[in-house]
Design a protein around this ligand. Sequence first.
Ligand SMILES: NC(=O)c1ccc[n+]([C@@H]2O[C@H](COP(=O)([O-])OP(=O)(O)OC[C@H]3O[C@@H](n4cnc5c(N)ncnc54)[C@H](O)[C@@H]3O)[C@@H](O)[C@H]2O)c1
Length: 360
Amino acid sequence: MAQSNGKTVLVTGGAGYIGSHCVVTLQEAGYKVIALDNFANSVDDGCDGSIALKRVEKITGEPVTFYKCDLLDTVYLERIFQNHQIDSVIHFAAMKAVGESMQYPMLYYKNNIIGMINLLEIMKKYNIYNLVFSSSCTVYGEPEKLPITEEKRIGQSITNVYGRTKFFIEEILKDVTNSDDKWNIIALRYFNPVGAHGSGLIGEDPTKQFTNLMPFISQVAMGKKEKLTIFGNDYDTPDGTGIRDYIHVMDLASGHVAALHKLEKSHIQIKAYNLGTGRGVSVLELIKTFEQTNNVKVPFTFEARRHGDISTMYADPSLAERELGWKATRSIQEMCSDFWRWQTMNPVGYKTVLTNGHNH
Ligand SMILES: NC(=O)c1ccc[n+]([C@@H]2O[C@H](COP(=O)([O-])OP(=O)(O)OC[C@H]3O[C@@H](n4cnc5c(N)ncnc54)[C@H](O)[C@@H]3O)[C@@H](O)[C@H]2O)c1
């Protein structure tokens, strides 16, 4: 059990992939955590609780106060603020499926943007101004220069609605900060989070259809899917496949604690930081590392490039290192082995009954 630092953080989307891993790191850093989620893309325990967060409690030995709450339900949301003395908010809750966002743009704009505005209004009402926002490298659109620094103008050539919700929210946050300098906000632009907590107890288990690469690789390795489809082998990269900056989810989680510490120490109004490793890895390289690390086979086929996919994307993470004192430390091998441990210990995700007879 960690020593309390006397501070309370509200984590929205806390039952989700990154949120649940971040709760572990927050509790280990001494924060008291209040989490909310509407289970739009996470697994409930049948009694309005989160299986992921019950497992987090097992890992840390600390309780997580949880509310099943939709950010669009302002009456219920306000009750949480009435019940707790909150110091800061980390806002993960959003819909994130790129394809779905193109099919249902209004659903995405409503959920992500109105959800953010509701949260900002209630935070202001209760005099809470410290906010960490989950942004994404998609706000950069097609890069002209690599690695990408935070100085690159955002909002140009974004190819999907999901990415635009992140860009619009960053713009809203700037306007809100300009209107009232009490706000103290960090937007973290994540590159490609993968991996799982080293215990194998928590990991990525989306309830919606997923398009992220590592869950697909591991489903093929498990034999649940016959082959992995790689979209595009004719990019201008050494092996022809797309290059991304994969970052271990626990490194990403510690980036949030670093951001909170920054907000507690200084009043920066609003600032964005890249969270990546600074290293680009191709799809083929990731598959090969996954196979070698876990001693499995991942058959694949190539298909044509998908419209809107970018060839190469990796971060310059040096601003976060200089100003937040944060750096990603975990290797691609660790990302692959930790994800595989989670997947093999939980072949059907959080619905798996663990060998001790409990699933939470
Ligand atoms: N995973 C990635 O590749 C990635 C990359 C960049 C940015 N992000 C951002 O990071 C954040 C967390 O992503 P994740 O991968 O953990 O996704 P996730 O889907 O696992 O987690 C998001 C959680 O928010 C909840 N949620 C959605 N709308 C809600 C609402 N209106 N009210 C309450 N809860 C709601 C979902 O049920 C889910 O549990 C998101 O904002 C996402 O856009 C993710």
